[in-house]
Design a protein around this ligand. Structure first.
Ligand SMILES: NC(=O)c1ccc[n+]([C@@H]2O[C@H](COP(=O)([O-])OP(=O)(O)OC[C@H]3O[C@@H](n4cnc5c(N)ncnc54)[C@H](OP(=O)(O)O)[C@@H]3O)[C@@H](O)[C@H]2O)c1
Length: 258
């Protein structure tokens, strides 16, 4: 059966692993052309190859750091030259770096999170959204977090960045009134991706413990939601969607068996 994203273009930032990779896969599986980004060239090339071979859709990839405004603009210019206006922008690239008390936190971690999660999202949005507005068509999907709803101990700066994403999601929605462009924030709770490995500086043992004793969300679950959001009729604007694993009812209330 046909679906609304067949033949469209989706730009997904941070598609070398986790949610971004799963969203790219599901969108491509449903006939959507894909633009993926990330910093790890090898993983990006592999993902590009798999999507093209598996689903026979058009795939473009751009290897850069979303903290680099010039690179964000260059990608947008390249897309414009190819006469491609993304129909869907998934602002997914992001990370947590460290989990320390605010009085012990590393400034480098803070800068990484603020520059990626807030400024990177803004750079990409500022580079891509004007073409959507000009065409009066498009869908922005921001990947926020339940960390943007409730602060948890030692989450401080990561929480602050995701609170900012929630505010920006709301602001983008307001600023788009009068256009046909929709904007949604999908805010997941605990999900097993490379997220905790990155947060704990590559410590896989420590990362594994975060997901022990319960069934965390999987990247595929978030992809299903991102697909649902993107395929609702044009007059339906889901602005915010919060999703936890069943074993986690909020940031504090868990059913962990171990
Ligand atoms: N997992 C969770 O529990 C959870 C819950 C709620 C929200 N989130 C959010 O979901 C989003 C995706 O995270 P994930 O769980 O899928 O983690 P992940 O597996 O670590 O994926 C993160 C993706 O972001 C990319 N990325 C990170 N920094 C980047 C930068 N400076 N420039 C370009 N790309 C960058 C990474 O690619 P490269 O390393 O190749 O650049 C990777 O593709 C993040 O915004 C995260 O905050 C995660």
């Amino acid at each position: 059966m046909n679906n609304p994203i067949i033949g469209k273009w989706a730009l997904i930032t941070g598609a070398t692993s986790g949610f971004g990779k799963a969203i790219a896969d599901l969108y491509a599986k449903n006939g959507c052309n894909i633009i993926i980004t990330g910093r790890r060239a090898e993983k990006l090339e592999a993902a590009e190859h798999v999507l093209r071979e598996k689903y026979n859709v058009n795939v473009l990839s751009y290897c850069f750091d979303v903290r680099d405004l010039t690179m964000c603009i260059e990608m947008a210019n390249d897309l414009a030259q190819r006469e491609i206006v993304p129909d869907i922008l998934v602002n997914n690239a992001g990370l947590a770096s460290g989990k320390d008390k605010i009085y012990e936190g590393l400034i480098g971690d803070w800068e990484k999170m603020i520059d990626t999660n807030i400024k990177g999202l803004l750079y990409i949005t500022r580079s891509i959204l004007p073409a959507m507005v000009e065409r009066n068509e498009g869908h922005v999907i921001n990947i926020g977090s339940t960390a943007g709803h409730t602060v948890y101990p030692d989450g401080n700066v990561y929480n602050a960045t995701k609170f900012a994403v929630r505010a920006l999601n709301e602001a983008i929605n307001l600023d788009l009134v009068g256009t046909n462009i929709r904007c949604c924030s999908i805010d997941p709770g605990a999900a097993e991706t490379e997220f905790s490995i990155v947060r704990f500086g590559g410590d896989e043992e420590k990362a594994k413990k975060v997901y022990q004793g319960y069934q965390p969300l999987l990247a595929e679950n978030i992809a299903d939601i991102a697909y649902y959001v993107a395929t609702t009729p044009p007059h339906v604007n889901i602005t915010n969607l919060v999703v936890y694993p069943t074993a986690q009812r909020n940031v504090y209330v868990w059913d962990k068996k171990a």
